[in-house]
Design a protein around this ligand. Structure first.
Ligand SMILES: *Cc1c(COP(=O)(O)O)cnc(C)c1O
Length: 401
C-alpha cells in the first residue's frame, strides 16, 4: 500500500503545493475539512499588515491599503471556486450570521410564505438559525425533500455536502424543484467550496453561504462568505442593517439606505487581520484551480476507501461509495469512534470525531498526499488490532472534538 502511495505522490501534479503550507513534521493532517492548514504566505502577509499597514500607516490604511474594499475583493476571489460572478460574493461575518441574514432576506422576498425547509441532521447552526428567525421550520428526510415543497415554503435551505457523512445533494435538481414550487434556495457550501465542483450560476441557485476556515485555509474563525444571485440584488434586504452595508457609511446619515448589491450584506467593520489571512488562503486555492483540486480530492479518497476495505474491513464506511456523490471526506462508524480518533491523534494522525459514532477523515487536496493516507491506514489498523483505543486516557472528552 505504501509503495503504491509513494508512486502516486511522485506522479501527482499538486504535490508541489504541499511546501506552500506550514505543516509540522510527523503529523498526518486529515482534518482540513474542519480547520485548514496554514499557508506560508499568511505568516508573511499578517506580519506586513500588522507592522506596516497597522503599526506604521495607522488609520490611513483603510484607504491606502484598501482595507475598506476587502470584503468585496476577497469575495470576488472566492467566486470562481463556486461558479459565481465576483460581484455576487462577499466575505463577511460567520456562516451562522450570514445564514441569519439570508433567511431574513428570503422571507422578505417571498411574502405570504412562512416556512424554511431543511433536513433533520443538517449542521446544527443552520437549523438553529431557522429556529431563531420568524420563519416556521419544516424538516424532511433527504429523500422526501421534494415532497415537502409546497406553496408555504419560502426557502429551501440545505448543506450541499453533509458535514458528518460527506453525502452530497444534487444542487441542480433540488434548486429546480424548489423553484417549481415557487421557493428560493440557500445552499451552505461550508464543506464544498475549494473541494468539490460547485456551479451556483449553472444551477440557478439563489443564495449561498460558505466557510472560510475549512478548505479555504483562512485560519481559525476566518470570515465566511455569502452569495446572492445578481437577479435578486434589487430586492435584497439585510435584516442586520449596519452602517458598513449603507450606501454611504461616511455620510453618517440618520436614514438607512442600502449599498448596491451584496455590499449591503455587510453589517459592521470588517476584521482586517482575519480578512488578510483569508485572502492568502483563497489566493492559494485559486492559484491551484478548482478542477485539479477536485480531481486530486477524488483520487485521494478513492485510494483511501479501497485501502481501508482491505486493511480495516471491520470499519463501516458511511459515506457514499461514488466519489461524485460525496465531499472530500470519508466517515467510518465505530461505537468508540471518539477513543479511536484520540488514539490516532496520539500517533500523529489527526482526524476528528462527530457524535455519536463517526470517525471523520478529510482529504484537503492541496496538501494531503497518498502516502499520508497509507500511513494513516497503517496506524488505524494497528490501533484496531491492538485495542490501543481502549486506554482510559482516550475516552476523556475535550471541549472541542
Ligand atoms: C463549519 C460549518 C459552519 C460553521 O459556522 P460558523 O458560524 O462559521 O461557525 C456552518 N455550517 C456548516 C454546514 C458547517 O460545516
Amino acid at each position: 500500500m505504501l509503495n503504491k502511495a509513494i508512486e502516486l505522490d511522485a506522479a501527482d501534479p499538486l504535490a508541489r503545493f504541499r511546501e506552500r503550507f506550514d505543516l509540522p513534521d510527523g503529523v498526518i493532517y486529515l482534518d482540513g475539512n474542519s480547520l485548514g492548514a496554514l499557508p506560508k504566505s499568511t505568516r508573511e502577509r499578517l506580519a506586513q499588515v500588522v507592522d506596516a499597514e497597522w503599526g506604521r500607516d495607522l488609520i490611513r490604511s483603510w484607504n491606502t491599503a484598501d482595507w475598506i474594499g476587502m470584503p468585496q475583493r476577497v469575495g470576488g476571489k472566492i467566486a470562481p471556486l463556486i461558479g459565481a460572478c465576483p460581484h455576487e460574493v462577499i466575505a463577511c461575518d460567520s456562516v451562522s450570521v450570514n445564514l441569519a441574514k439570508l433567511i431574513g432576506a428570503a422571507l422578505h422576498m417571498r411574502p405570504g410564505r412562512t416556512v424554511v425547509l431543511s433536513e433533520p441532521g443538517n449542521f446544527p447552526t443552520d437549523i438553529y438559525m431557522v429556529q431563531g428567525s420568524p420563519a416556521e421550520q419544516r424538516l424532511a428526510a433527504r429523500d422526501r425533500i421534494v415532497d415537502a415543497l409546497d406553496e408555504n415554503v419560502a426557502l429551501l435551505m440545505l448543506t450541499h455536502v453533509h458535514y458528518k457523512t460527506g453525502a452530497m445533494f444534487d444542487m441542480a435538481a433540488l434548486t429546480e424543484a424548489a423553484h417549481a414550487a415557487g421557493a428560493l434556495v440557500l445552499w451552505d457550501l461550508s464543506h464544498s467550496g475549494g473541494a468539490v465542483p460547485v456551479d451556483l450560476g449553472a444551477c440557478n441557485a439563489d443564495m449561498a453561504v460558505g466557510c472560510g476556515y475549512k478548505y479555504l485555509n483562512g485560519g481559525p474563525g476566518a470570515p465566511a462568505y455569502a452569495f446572492v444571485a445578481e437577479r435578486h440584488h434589487a430586492a435584497l434586504v439585510n435584516p442586520i442593517s449596519g452602517w458598513m452595508g449603507h450606501a454611504a457609511p461616511f455620510a453618517f446619515s440618520d436614514e438607512y439606505a442600502p449599498a448596491p448589491g451584496v455590499s449591503r450584506l455587510l453589517a459592521g467593520t470588517p476584521p482586517v487581520l482575519a480578512m488578510a489571512a483569508l485572502e492568502c488562503g483563497v489566493e492559494l486555492m485559486a492559484e491551484i484551480g478548482i478542477e485539479p483540486l477536485v480531481a486530486k480530492s477524488r483520487a485521494l479518497s478513492e485510494f483511501f476507501r479501497a485501502a481501508m476495505a482491505e486493511h480495516c474491513p471491520g470499519l463501516e464506511c458511511v459515506s457514499p461509495a461514488d466519489p461524485a456523490l460525496r465531499g472530500s471526506q470519508l466517515s467510518y462508524r465505530h461505537l468508540e469512534a471518539y477513543a479511536l480518533s484520540q488514539a490516532l491523534i496520539a500517533r500523529g494522525v489527526i482526524g476528528d470525531f462527530r457524535a455519536p459514532d463517526v470517525l471523520r477523515l478529510g482529504f484537503a487536496p492541496a496538501y494531503v498526499g497518498f502516502a499520508d493516507c497509507a500511513r494513516a491506514i497503517e496506524a488505524l489498523a494497528e490501533v484496531l488490532a491492538s485495542g490501543a483505543w481502549q486506554r482510559e486516557e482516550f475516552r476523556q472528552r475535550a471541549a472541542v472534538t
